[in-house]
Design a protein around this ligand. Structure first.
Ligand code: DAH
Length: 344
C-alpha cells in the first residue's frame, strides 16, 4: 500500500512543472506540508509490521528527499529571477514599442528648402562656421567701417591685423568659398548655422540658421532670380502664394531686394503674423555685385549671377507659428515631438 502511494506520488512529482510561485507553494503544501501527503505516509508507516518497516524505511526516506529536492530545484528557478512578480510574467505578451525620434522642425524645413532647389538643379554646399574676415566680410564687399563688422553683431574669436577670425554671421561666406574654389557655372544651395552677438529673447537668438543660394553663369538676369524664387515659394507654401520684391541694400548684391510673400497664415487677409499687412518678408536677394565676383577671381564682364539668403527659423515660423525662438534650441521633447515622425 505504501509502495503504491509512493509510486503514484513519484510519478506526479516527476511530472510537476510550474512557472508560477503560487502553484509551487500549493505543491509544497500538498506533499511537504505539516499535513501533507508525505507526513501522512510517515504516519501510516508507524502502523506497519516490523518487517515492512525494514522494507519501506529506506524507500520512504529516499522518496521524501526526492520530493524535497524537486521543490528546492523549482524554488531556485524563482530565486534566480528578479524578485518581484516574476512568476506572473507572461512571456507571450508583445514587447513595449520602441520610441521613435522625430526630426527637428528646423531640419524638416531645411530639408524641404534644399529639396526644392535640388529639383531645380542646385547642388548642396557647406562651409566652416569659424570664418575669417575675408570670407565673411571683405570679399563680400563690406566696407571697412560697416556696422555688421562691429563687436555688437559679431562674435570675434581672434582680432588680427586685417584678418579677424569670427563665428560666421551669415552663410554668404559659403558663396565666396565656392566661387574661389571653382569655375562658373555655380548653382548651389548652402544651409548652415550662423551666429550673432544678440541678447537671447523670444524674438532673437545668438545663433540661428540660414540657407544661402547662388546662381552664377553667363546671362543670368534679375528675371531668372524672380522666377526661381517665385517657383520656390509656390513649392514651399503652395500654389497661389503671392510674392513681391522691395528694393533693399546688401553690400554683396546690386541691385538688392527683399522678397515678401502673401501671409502664409491668413493668406493676406491680415493677422498677427503679418501685423495686419497681409505680407511677410522671407528673404534678401539680388544680383551678385561685380566686385564680389572679381574678389573671387571670376570675370564680371562675362558672368553675372544672383544670390539670396533666408532664415530657416523665420520660414519655419511661417509654417508652424512658433512664437518663441528659444523653443528651437531647448530640446523639450514635448515641443519636438509635435512635428513629423521619422519613418525608419
Ligand atoms: N546675408 C544676408 C543676411 O544675413 C542675407 C542675404 C541677403 C543673402 C541677400 C544673400 C543676398 O545672398 O543676396 O541677412
Amino acid at each position: 500500500m505504501i509502495q503504491d502511494k509512493i509510486d503514484r506520488y513519484t510519478a506526479e512529482i516527476k511530472a510537476f512543472a510550474t512557472g508560477k510561485a503560487d502553484e509551487l507553494e500549493a505543491f509544497r503544501i500538498k506533499f511537504l506540508g505539516t499535513k501533507g501527503l508525505i507526513k501522512n505516509l510517515f504516519e501510516e508507516f508507524k502502523t506497519v509490521s516490523p518487517e515492512e518497516k525494514r522494507t519501506f524505511g529506506k524507500v520512504l526516506n529516499e522518496f521524501k528527499q526526492f520530493a524535497e529536492a524537486k521543490y528546492q530545484d523549482l524554488k531556485e528557478q524563482f530565486d534566480s529571477q528578479p524578485a518581484t512578480e516574476s512568476s506572473q510574467l507572461d512571456l507571450t505578451l508583445p514587447g513595449d514599442g520602441m520610441a521613435v525620434g522625430s526630426r527637428h522642425p528646423l531640419s524638416l524645413v531645411r530639408n524641404e528648402i534644399v529639396d526644392i532647389f535640388k529639383r531645380l538643379g542646385f547642388v548642396v554646399a557647406e562651409g566652416p562656421e569659424i570664418e575669417d574676415d575675408w570670407h565673411n566680410f571683405s570679399a563680400l564687399n563690406f566696407p571697412e567701417e560697416h556696422p555688421a563688422r562691429d563687436m555688437q553683431d559679431t562674435f570675434f574669436i581672434k582680432k588680427g591685423a586685417g584678418n579677424d577670425i569670427a563665428l560666421r554671421t551669415h552663410t554668404s561666406s559659403v558663396q565666396v568659398r565656392m566661387m574661389e574654389a571653382g569655375k562658373p557655372p555655380f548653382r548651389a544651395i548652402m544651409p548652415g548655422r550662423v551666429y550673432r552677438n544678440e541678447a537671447i529673447s523670444a524674438r532673437a537668438h545668438c545663433f540661428f540658421h540660414q540657407v544661402e543660394g547662388l546662381y552664377v553663369d553667363e546671362n543670368v538676369s534679375f528675371s531668372d532670380l524672380k522666377q526661381t524664387l517665385y517657383h520656390f515659394v509656390q513649392e514651399l507654401y503652395g500654389e497661389g502664394t503671392q510674392v513681391r520684391f522691395r528694393p533693399s541694400y546688401f553690400p554683396f548684391t546690386e541691385p538688392s531686394a527683399e522678397m515678401d510673400v502673401s501671409c502664409t497664415i491668413c493668406k493676406g487677409a491680415g493677422c498677427n503674423m503679418c501685423k495686419y499687412s497681409g505680407w511677410v518678408e522671407i528673404l534678401g536677394c539680388g544680383m551678385v555685385d561685380p566686385n564680389v565676383l572679381e574678389n573671387c577671381g571670376i570675370d564680371s564682364k562675362k558672368y553675372t549671377g544672383f544670390a539670396f539668403g533666408m532664415g530657416i527659423e523665420r520660414i519655419t515660423n511661417l509654417k508652424y507659428v512658433i512664437r518663441d525662438l528659444r523653443l528651437f534650441s531647448e530640446n523639450d521633447v514635448r515641443f519636438l515631438g509635435q512635428f513629423q515622425t521619422e519613418v525608419i
